[in-house]
Ligand binder design. Structure first.
Ligand code: AMP
Ligand code: MG
Length: 421
């Protein structure tokens, strides 16, 4: 098939490719979901506190609410004139020479200026009096009303990804339902006559489909709903038919892996052209993964990922994940980047920006990276052992042990036990 159409066939730098992808990424509509369904979704509204936080002067310890001046010299014996538990409300003030027994989370009675913890007191006369054994400064163990957040203050930005801590903020500001971007719909197709389903026994010359499950998992981790379309054989008519079918469903993103390099059976690019996908680039200076096709048809973004398992995953991570997060309105679309010190040399003779598998850990006050031994872009086991990708620019052909380099932290980073591989 001829490759005569007008789009750019030059190999473009990673940053330029990412810019094109993000520029072409449309925004998804929003929907309301229950808070418990919102994990991993992107907040489509800004959230303000509906009340002061804390909503009242709150005891931070179990103990006694006192007037700090009464306990300036100790021991001080005070009359216990009441008790207030969490969920209760004080029915009287604390006068001179008085104390109120108080529990963590309970409102501090008027008149009291401090709470002394129970461990620094001694109950007398069956609890009718208390001896305070240590002084407390005014304000001790009291979280004043509104000291964390004032009513009306903004507590969450639009575009925040909802994790556990954000869920706590949504809950405490009364958001039983939250407005989020609708989940991106991602159709996942893989190609290759040699590819068999994970449940099948590979025959001679065959391998199991690992890209389908990997890409589906990556998409889900980025908040998407996935439709797995199976394996397309390396035939032009079938490739066009299956891709056409996938596009007709109008997914937000279609990914297809394999069939994008220069081999005789690499049919994806011409098939996409035939189906009216406007191709925006087809080669990116990234290693692993140079052949990377990106195009758009209406509101569907199409990514032709390389077939090599590590290339497919890395290019997904850099480009498709960013697009999925951007379409949901996320403020942050790239993974955390850190600077690491290399524990062994790393090479990059590719002339492209390399992403090399490594294990990063914290050691003696710095982040260090040990390269994971990898046979290259087919070595999906090495990739799974990595918790980070060390990035070496195209010009940096070699980095020595002790040198510094940038690294992108992957999903498993916090699970790493630091053991060398
Ligand atoms: P291709 O880009 O189609 O030339 O494929 C490049 C390499 O990736 C070949 O070794 C393929 O067998 C392998 N490959 C392609 N698709 C998959 C897949 N879905 N799962 C695992 N390996 C694949
Ligand atoms: Mg193939």
């Amino acid at each position: 098939m001829s490759k005569s159409s007008g789009y750019n066939r030059r190999v473009i730098p990673v940053d330029e490719a990412l810019e094109i992808v993000l520029r072409e990424t449309p925004s998804l509509p929003t929907e309301e979901v229950a808070l418990e369904e919102a994990l991993g979704r992107v907040l489509a509204e800004e959230v303000c506190a509906d009340a002061d936080m804390p909503p009242f002067d709150r005891a931070a310890m179990d103990g006694y609410a006192v007037r700090a001046t009464d306990v300036a010299s100790v021991p001080a014996s005070l009359a216990v004139v009441g008790e207030v538990a969490a969920g209760g409300w004080p029915d009287r003030e604390v006068g001179p020479g008085e104390a109120v027994r108080i529990m963590t989370g309970a409102p501090v009675p008027g008149g009291a200026t401090a709470v002394q913890q129970v461990e620094k007191t001694r109950a007398l006369e069956g609890g009718r009096r208390v001896e305070i054994l240590a002084s407390v400064p005014p304000g001790a163990h009291i979280a004043p009303r509104g000291s964390e957040v004032r009513a009306g203050e903004r507590v969450l930005e639009r575009g925040t990804t909802i994790g556990s801590a954000v869920s706590a903020v949504l809950a405490s500001t009364g958001h039983a339902r939250v407005s989020v971007a609708r989940r991106p719909r991602v159709a996942v197709l893989v190609t290759g006559d040699e590819i068999v389903d994970v449940a099948a026994a590979p025959g001679p010359g065959q391998i199991r489909n690992s890209n389908g499950p990997a890409v589906a998992a990556q998409a889900r981790l980025a908040g998407a709903e996935v439709r797995l379309l199976g394996v397309a054989p390396d035939r032009e008519d079938e490739t066009v038919a299956v891709l056409g079918e996938a596009l007709s469903g109008g997914p937000d993103v279609l990914t297809v892996s394999g069939g994008v390099s220069a081999g005789d059976y690499d049919l994806v690019e011409p098939a996409l052209e035939q189906l009216g996908v406007a191709l925006l680039f087809t080669r990116v200076a990234i290693k692993p993964g140079a052949p990377l096709v990106f195009g758009r048809r209406n509101d569907t973004l199409v990514f032709g990922l390389p077939g090599n398992p590590v290339s497919a995953q890395v290019t997904f991570d850099v480009f498709v994940r960013a697009a999925l997060l951007r379409m949901q309105g996320a403020r942050v679309v790239s993974r955390p980047r850190v600077e690491v010190e290399l524990l062994a040399p790393m090479k990059n003779r590719s002339g492209r920006k390399a992403h090399l598998p490594a294990r990063v850990r914290f050691e003696d006050g710095r982040l260090v990276a040990r390269p994971v031994r990898s046979m290259g872009s087919g070595d999906l086991v090495a990739h799974a052992r990595a918790n980070a990708l060390v990035a070496l620019d195209a010009e940096r052909t070699r980095a020595e042990a002790g040198e510094r380099a940038g690294a992108v932290l992957l999903e498993g980073f916090l699970e790493d036990d630091g053991a060398p591989i």
